[in-house]
Design a protein around this ligand. Structure first.
Ligand SMILES: Cc1ncc(COP(=O)(O)O)c(C=O)c1O
Length: 462
């Protein structure tokens, strides 16, 4: 009997996974095969291929949560089959989403009254919704004043995340960017105020710049816009992009006024899947009050006799991530969140100070806003160095570490930095291992002769 026949006659239950007939050849990848394969075999094929991905624990490039407790995973698993949008069919999931909205509105000092907001797939969708509310409100103001509505603009820094460029493109809004200048890599208050006019739908201020981890000065921008209003009468709102920082500042810098305590702040977005400590993807957008969200943008859904708003770009998505967010709120409480963010910040400060002491590097930030910091190569050292930060990133990758190198924003592209995002699962002990590998990598390059430094390409990760 041929081996093929032999296997068929044994029956699929007895065939060892790797010796299964389907694996004798490569599997069909770009077209469906005529016949399927045993679940165990399909699982193993995909599982093995995915092992070629980076290891998420060592991914210091991403802001996105790479570890949750087993109980959270269990809830996620239990809710994967519930569609978040089916508010009528899953009223309890809808109720829990509203509780999360209330919790965030309270955390960010929204005024008394029914909190207004929604969960999203991430910050990008939340930013689109915040931006649309700004555009709609501006248009209403212009119409009421009998003024044209065809040339809206949005003011922001050149360091904004790509979602704001998408917003401007998709919704036909002119982006007006404050460029980086010298050692200012993000939005300056006076510079922002200079760019606004009566067609400005709002100013985006970032809490936790993706580029270097610093907070932009929300209260100062608000003050500069107060002066603009006094002079010209334009009442320009602020949207805070708190993708990372809106889950950090309330715990680590509770006295910093960046949220609804600043009257000009009309809406705030965050990523539940960044420092909200939930696996991707969940985001949130919260509005100051009912007035900040034009009713024209909202679809009303009735459930259990109540009124539920539907304000989204997406429609179907799993309820699991919203439930996981609520799990964290219940499980951790304010103190739990504070302790976790503090632990991440302690690791960031330790690592940045050690990297700063090494010699070849100069710190740009140290991680004292959000636990994210970056450094560049010391100018003097760079003159005789035979390697660049891109080479260093590649070298660290040999050990599994993902530490991106990239140029700073427009006007300071000459400055190449390397950045680390410290998250909950990056322990002090692991940080020590990274430092050892960093020292080993530097020693390796310093021992090389005639190496040509790599100066292009970017490993930047949003
Ligand atoms: C400041 C900022 N805004 C928006 C985003 C987009 O977030 P998300 O990936 O949740 O869509 C990011 C992601 O890094 C960010 O850092």
């Amino acid at each position: 009997m041929s081996r093929e026949k032999d296997r068929e006659s044994i029956g699929s239950e007895l065939v060892p996974t790797y010796a299964a007939r389907e694996l004798a050849k490569g599997v069909a990848k770009h077209r469906m095969a005529a016949e399927g394969m045993a679940p165990r075999v399909a699982y193993q094929v995909i599982h093995d291929e995915l092992r070629l991905d980076g290891f998420s624990l060592l991914n210091l490039a991403t802001f996105v949560t790479t570890w949750m407790e087993p109980e959270a995973r269990q809830l996620i698993d239990e809710c994967l089959d519930k569609n978040m949008i089916d508010k009528d069919e899953y009223p309890q999931t809808a109720e829990i989403e509203q509780r999360c909205v209330n919790i965030l509105a309270d955390l960010w000092h929204a005024p008394e009254g029914k909190p207004v907001g929604t969960s999203t797939i991430g910050s990008s969708e939340a930013c689109m919704l915040g931006g649309m509310a700004l555009k709609w409100r501006w248009r209403d103001r212009q119409r009421a004043a009998g003024k044209p509505t065809d040339r809206p603009n949005l003011v922001m820094g050149t360091n904004t995340q790509i979602c704001w460029h998408k917003f401007c493109k998709y919704w036909d809004v002119e982006p007006r960017e404050v460029t980086a200048e010298g050692n200012r890599f993000s939005l300056g208050a006076e510079e922002a105020a200079k760019l606004v006019d009566e067609n400005t739908i709002g100013v985006v201020v970032i809490m936790g710049s993706t580029m270097d981890g610093t907070y932009e000065p929300v209260a100062e921008v608000a003050k500069a816009l107060d002066a603009v209003q006094k002079e010209h009468g334009w009442d320009i709102p602020i949207h805070v992009d708190g993708a990372s920082g809106a889950f950090v500042a309330p715990f680590l810098q509770p006295d910093l006024e960046w949220d609804f305590r600043v009257p000009r702040v009309q809406s705030i977005n965050t990523s539940g899947h960044k420092y909200g400590l939930v696996y991707p993807g969940v985001g949130w957008v919260i509005f100051r009050d009912q007035d900040a969200l034009p009713d024209d943008l909202v679809f009303h859904v009735t459930y259990l006799g109540g009124d539920m708003i539907d304000f989204s770009i997406n429609f179907s998505r799993p309820g699991s991530q919203v439930i996981a967010q609520y799990y964290n709120f219940l499980r951790l409480g304010l103190d739990g969140y504070r302790r976790i963010q503090q632990a991440s910040q302690d690791v960031a400060l330790y690592l940045s100070s050690e990297i700063g002491k090494m010699g070849p590097f100069r710190l740009i930030t140290k991680g004292d806003d959000i636990p994210v910091f970056c450094w560049t190569m010391d100018e003097e050292y760079a003159k005789s160095a035979s390697y660049s930060l891109y080479d260093l990133a590649d070298k660290l990758r040999e050990r599994g570490w993902l530490v991106p190198a990239y140029p700073m924003p427009k006007n300071r592209e000459d400055l190449v930095v390397q950045r680390i995002v410290v998250k909950e699962d990056f322990s002090h002990d692991l940080a020590e291992r990274l430092l050892e590998d960093l020292q080993r990598a530097v020693a390796y390059f310093e021992a090389q002769k005639g190496h040509v430094a790599k100066d292009e390409g970017s490993h930047f990760h949003h």
